[in-house]
Structure formats: structure tokens, C-alpha cells
Design a protein around this ligand. Structure first.
Ligand code: DX5
Ligand code: ZN
Length: 217
């Protein structure tokens, strides 16, 4: 099996030393940098926004994987593109006109992703799966880092893999929330292509070594 794409989430980084944290990711075996944007409305928490994303981009040598946990994400697509996003992921639950929003992300030249909350059934993606580059399966309820992984995620990954294959989609399966070395191999086996990890990486004594371990599961 090929190696997974590893996307450390800077939500768990030391914000007072962001440049140092981004350099660590640059020097590591990570592939992308995961950027969690929270608005205090779609999720019950605030994180950071455009200026911080631009600041990260200034130092990052790896693509920014921007996860918008905000209502009306269509209002901010161009701004996040300008801030340096390579991938823009919007929530299924936050988009009234998801197809249009996906087309807008692609027209900007970004990869388009759709995230689904733990309660959202994979089958709801049937009519959009051929149009998207990535599905982000939330393995926790979005809003906070450091939460416990929801075990039902494995079944969702398998169902999603079946849907992707049946529609000849090239969408990648990304898992976000509670990823660590206890579940990474099983997630990969179930069909995950991209592993997001926040606390497991940034709270480690040696974050680079942890990233290498996740890459080599
Ligand atoms: C949760 C965020 C995640 C979070 C993951 O709302 O979307 O990306 O940072 O953090 P961990 O890996 O600590 O669960
Ligand atoms: Zn995220």
C-alpha cells in the first residue's frame, strides 16, 4: 500500500511560535499543512482567519489544506485562495448550493473538498462525488482539537470508498480528528488517503519523528 498523505493541523501548534512550527512541518515528512478555520457559528469555537493563514503561507513550503468550518463559506473562497490555499474544503452541512460552491473553488484553481460531520451519511455525497477532489470525513465533531476518535468512522470510510469506486471518482479520503498511531494503520487499511493530525503531532516531544511514523504506518 502506498504511503498516506500526512497533513499536520496547526490548530494544535504553538501560536506564539508559528514560524518555528511551520518550519518544523517544512522539514518533516508531512505533505500538506492543515488549516482549521472556525467562525463560532458553524462550530462553537473560534480559531483564526485570513491574516494568520497568509502568515503561515509566507513560511510554508508545503500546500495549505484549508478546512472551512464556517457558515456561508462561499463568501470567503477567493480570500482564502489569495491567502495561499491549495485545497479548500467546505462542510456539506454549511452549503445550501454545494455544487455551485464546488465549481467556484475549482474555478479559482484550487482542489475542492467536502467535509462531512459524524452524523452526515456518506450517501448524501452521491450526486457530488464525481465533482470533488477530496472528502474530509470528520472523526470527531468539529470545533476542537484533542477529542476522542469516533469508532464508526471506519465503516464510513469503507462506504465512501465503495461510492468513490462505483462512480469512478478520483476523490481522496481524508480523516480529521483524533488520528494517532493507534488508529492510523486501520484507517489506511479502510481506505483513508490523507491523515490529519493536530495534537498527536504538536504535543509530541519529537513532532517530526511522529510525522515520520504516521507516514510509514
Ligand atoms: C477539528 C479540526 C481538526 C483538529 C484535529 O475541528 O477540524 O483538524 O485540529 O485535531 P486533533 O488531531 O487533535 O483531533
Ligand atoms: Zn480540520
Amino acid at each position: 500500500m502506498a504511503q498516506p498523505i500526512i497533513a499536520p493541523s496547526v490548530l494544535a501548534a504553538d501560536f506564539a511560535n508559528l514560524e518555528r512550527e511551520v518550519r518544523m512541518v517544512n522539514e518533516s515528512d508531512a505533505d500538506w499543512i492543515h488549516i482549521d478555520i472556525m467562525d463560532g457559528v458553524f462550530v462553537p469555537n473560534l480559531s483564526f482567519g485570513l491574516p494568520v493563514t497568509s502568515a503561515i503561507k509566507k513560511h510554508a513550503s508545503k500546500p495549505l489544506d484549508v478546512h472551512l468550518m464556517i457558515v456561508h463559506p462561499e463568501r470567503y473562497l477567493n480570500a482564502f485562495k489569495q491567502a495561499g490555499a491549495s485545497t479548500i474544503t467546505v462542510h456539506y452541512e454549511a452549503c445550501e448550493h454545494l455544487h455551485r460552491t464546488i465549481q467556484e473553488i475549482k474555478a479559482l484553481g484550487c482542489q475542492a473538498g467536502v467535509a462531512i460531520n459524524p452524523h452526515t451519511h456518506v450517501s448524501l455525497l452521491e450526486d457530488i462525488i464525481q465533482d470533488i477532489d477530496l472528502v474530509c470525513v470528520m472523526a470527531v465533531n468539529p470545533g476542537f482539537g484533542g477529542q476522542k476518535f469516533i469508532e464508526r468512522t471506519y465503516e464510513k470510510i469503507q462506504a465512501l470508498k465503495t461510492l468513490i469506486d462505483s462512480r469512478n471518482s478520483s476523490a481522496l479520503i481524508e480523516i480529521d480528528g483524533g488520528v494517532n498511531l493507534d488508529n492510523a494503520a486501520a484507517l489506511r487499511k479502510a481506505g483513508a488517503d490523507v491523515l490529519v493530525a493536530g495534537n498527536f503531532v504538536f504535543s509530541a516531544a519529537n513532532p517530526k519523528a511522529v510525522i515520520t511514523q504516521l507516514k510509514n504506518i
